[in-house]
Design a protein around this ligand. Structure first.
Ligand code: SAH
Ligand code: SF4
Length: 434
């Protein structure tokens, strides 16, 4: 039997696309390969930052050996959509390049690829990509797509060009998949989309969708990513306030704290509006937890603008943060029209300063969990201590914990004993009975 492997770069959307591709491959009789060289090797690429593209090129270089020995190597995902034939020109050992635009035809494309044809496909088909299943990789957590693409065109961002215009998945299909996943024993559902809040179907809006999904019998936890500060409404917060299964976590990217930079980024909100949104969430959603993304060193960001970002970060006390230094992206407005004029060294220093401030905030907030008992969904082994396990709590905090019996896939009570800036540590109150 033929084997396949998929290497995935990037966000949860990519991880889930890989799960859907794996499902289609298994339907065609291929099996996931374990050790060594597979018969088919797919790289699911990410284009959002320069660094992820460089990692892709490095990995592609290393796949030449496998290709020489007979492995069919191909690239899917966002870089495939952008570069198409160019990728094959640079890496002639590639047998196929398929971008998200062509995923709705992936089944017939796979047939051709498996027959040995060379395939380049990245045409926008505009349809919803439905596979009928996914070979899920995470124990207990099921990713479920609700929308795809983005119409916002933030000036730094390549996503509208790699994922296309917004498409929304019909409510009945979403509910069906949620029910199936819950029946299969998945404890947590994560609804995925570049801007989940702009989901719509007939007269339904995102808050209706949340309200429908939360009623699925047996569902334990429900999360959704990513929210956009402009589209996250009071109605959404009010449904969240109903509590479990909806978890109180909102991923709400700030990107920058100065109005000048927000305008240049075309984010569609001011610093004041962002702050009001955070206050609204805190007021309405009990025990709310808010994560964010920030870019430093966007064109024309001066020290004063950066200080404004720090001010918002200090005020908002986010529960987690992903921070990046700006890199110009192809097709994006800023990449084409604005000079990348903040020196590397300054970007680096600002990023370090921002991260140090956030680490301090997280250390302080996490310390308040010591002595408390929290519910944790166990999803894997701890990264640092192979004897310990890891999972996340309702607020999306990483919790490492000791447990004698295998806890994977269960929601356990964990007493928190220690806290660092990036995780909590504790022990299970009751060992799982199994
Ligand atoms: N849809 C989400 C984000 C998608 S991209 C949103 O609207 O926020 C994920 C994150 O990558 C972004 O939040 C941003 O912080 C970062 N990012 C995107 N383009 C970037 C660029 N050109 N340089 C640096 N970081 C970037
Ligand atoms: Fe990119 Fe902005 Fe769309 Fe997010 S909202 S995916 S940052 S263009």
């Amino acid at each position: 039997m033929k084997t396949f492997k998929i290497h995935t770069f990037g966000c949860q959307m990519n991880e889930h696309d890989s799960e859907k591709i794996a499902f289609l491959l298994r339907e065609r009789g291929l099996v996931p390969g374990q050790e060594g060289r597979p018969d088919l090797f797919i790289i699911n690429s990410c284009a959002v930052r320069e660094k992820s593209v460089q990692k892709l090129y490095a990995l592609l270089g290393r796949t030449r050996d496998w290709a020489a020995k007979g492995t069919v190597v191909g690239v899917v995902g966002c870089v495939a959509q952008l570069e198409r034939e160019k990728l094959i020109r640079h890496f002639p050992h590639l047998r196929f390049v398929v971008g998200p635009g062509s995923y709705p035809s992936l089944e017939s494309l796979l047939e051709r690829i498996l027959k040995g044809e060379r395939v380049v496909a990245a045409r926008w088909e505009g349809k919803w990509w439905e596979t009928g299943g996914a070979l899920r990789q995470k124990p207990a957590v099921a990713y479920i797509n609700i929308m795809e693409g983005c119409d916002k065109f933030c000036t730094y961002c390549v996503v509208p060009f790699t994922r296309g215009r917004e498409r929304y998945r019909p409510l009945p299909w979403i509910l069906d998949e949620v029910k199936r996943a819950v029946d299969q024993g998945y404890r947590e559902i994560q609804l995925l989309g570049q801007n989940v809040d702009s989901w719509r179907w007939e007269e339904y809006r995102f808050w209706h969708l949340l309200d429908e999904v939360r009623k699925v019998p047996g569902l334990k936890w429900l999360r959704f990513i990513t929210s956009h500060p402009r589209d996250f409404t009071r109605e959404i917060a009010e449904v969240m306030a109903e509590g479990e299964p909806i978890t109180p976590y909102v991923h709400l990217p700030l990107q920058a704290g100065s109005d000048k930079i927000l305008r240049l980024m075309k984010r569609g909100y001011t610093r004041e509006e962002f702050v009001e949104k955070v206050a609204m969430i805190r007021e309405r959603v009990p025990n709310s937890s808010i994560g964010t993304d920030i870019i430093v060193g966007f064109p024309y960001e001066e020290e004063e603008d950066f200080q404004r970002t720090l001010e918002v970060v200090r005020w908002a006390e986010f529960d987690n943060m992903y921070s990046f230094h700006y890199s110009p992206r192809p097709f994006s407005y800023a990449g084409r029209n604005l000079p990348d004029n903040v020196p590397r060294e300054i970007k680096r220093r600002r990023l370090l300063e921002l991260q140090a401030l956030q680490a301090e905030i997280q250390r302080r907030k996490n310390a308040s969990f010591v002595g408390k008992t929290v519910e944790v969904l166990a999803t894997g082994r701890s990264a640092r201590d192979p004897e310990a396990f890891m999972g996340r709590d309702l607020t999306y905090r990483v919790v490492n914990f000791q447990c004698r019996r295998d806890p994977l896939g269960r929601i356990l009570q964990v007493e928190i004993e220690e806290a660092g800036p990036h995780s909590l540590k504790g022990k299970v109150v009751h060992e799982p009975s199994r």
